[in-house]
Design a protein around this ligand. Structure first.
Ligand code: HEC
Length: 224
C-alpha cells in the first residue's frame, strides 16, 4: 500500500464522517417537524369525527349547548397555562396535567348521568331513565368508534388549549352574575315568553274604502 492509497483512504473516512455529521445536525429539527405533522393529522381526523358524532350535542367548534362546552372555555385545559384554566379538572379532583386522559376516559365510556343535569342533561332531557346522558363511544365500551378514533377526537379537543390566552381565567359562571344557575324550567319560561303571539291591534281596522267594481257581464255569448 503506497502513500497515495493511504491518503485516499483517510480522505474517504473523513468525508464519510463529515456527511453523517451534517445529516445528524438537522435530525432533531426534522424529527420535531415530523412528529408535529403527525399530531396535526390526528387533530384533523379528530375534527372530522367530532363534526360527525359530537357537534349535535357539544356544539360546532365545541361551544356547548344542552351539553357542556369542550373548547377553551371548558376548564378541561390544564397543564402549565395559567391559574383557573383547568377549573373543570380541578372540580373533579383530576390531575390538571392530564387533560388528555380525562377527556379520553369520559369519551370512551360515556356518562350514564350528567354531573350537572340542570345545565347539561344531554340525552336525558326528557325523563328517560336507563338512557345514557352521553353515550359511550369506544368499541371497548360497546360504542361505535375504534380506540384510535377516540384518541384522535381527544387530540382535537385538547388542541383547543392553544386558543387559551396566557393570562386567561375563564370560569363557567361569572362571579358577579346571579348565584342561581338557570334551570331547564327557567329556560322553558324564557322560550315561551319569546314565542308568545304578538298583541292584537288595539285600534280596529278601518273598513275598506274602495269597493270592487262588479265583474263585467260577458259581451260575447257562446254560439248554441
Ligand atoms: C347525546 C348528547 C351527547 C353526545 C352526542 C356527546 N356528548 Fe359528550 N357529554 C354529554 C353530556 C350530557 C355530558 C355530561 C356533562 C356533565 O357531566 O356535566 C358530556 C360530557 C362530555 C365531556 C366531559 C366534559 C366535562 O366538562 O366534564 C367530554 C370531553 C365530552 N362529552 C366529549 C364528547 C365527544 C368528543 C363526543 C363525540 C364523540 C360527545 N361528547 C358526544 C352529551 C353528549
Amino acid at each position: 500500500m503506497n502513500r497515495f492509497e493511504i491518503t485516499l483512504g483517510l480522505l474517504a473516512i473523513v468525508g464519510t464522517v463529515a456527511i453523517i455529521a451534517a445529516i445528524g445536525v438537522g435530525e432533531p429539527q426534522r424529527m420535531a417537524l415530523e412528529s408535529r405533522g403527525w399530531a396535526v393529522r390526528h387533530v384533523e381526523t379528530g375534527a372530522q369525527l367530532y363534526d360527525q358524532y359530537c357537534a349535535s350535542c357539544h356544539g360546532v367548534n365545541g361551544s356547548g349547548g344542552m351539553c357542556p362546552p369542550v373548547d377553551q372555555t371548558s376548564g378541561l385545559h390544564g397543564g402549565d397555562i395559567g391559574p383557573g384554566v383547568a377549573w373543570r379538572l380541578e372540580e373533579l379532583g383530576w390531575d390538571r396535567q392530564q387533560p388528555f386522559e380525562y377527556v379520553y376516559s369520559v369519551l370512551a365510556s360515556g356518562r350514564a348521568v350528567s354531573t350537572r343535569p340542570e345545565l347539561y342533561p344531554g340525552n336525558r332531557m326528557a325523563d328517560t331513565s336507563g338512557v345514557m346522558s352521553m353515550p359511550a363511544w369506544s368499541e371497548e365500551y360497546g360504542g361505535p368508534l375504534r380506540p384510535d378514533q377516540v384518541r384522535d377526537i381527544t387530540s382535537y379537543i385538547v388542541a383547543f388549549r392553544e386558543a387559551v390566552p396566557d393570562d386567561a381565567t375563564p370560569r363557567p359562571w361569572p362571579t358577579d352574575a346571579p348565584t342561581e344557575r338557570p334551570t331547564l324550567a327557567a329556560a322553558a319560561v324564557v322560550t315561551s315568553t319569546v314565542a308568545s303571539p304578538p298583541e292584537p291591534p288595539t285600534a280596529p281596522l278601518a273598513p275598506p274604502t274602495a269597493t270592487l267594481a262588479p265583474p263585467e257581464s260577458p259581451t260575447a255569448t257562446l254560439a248554441p
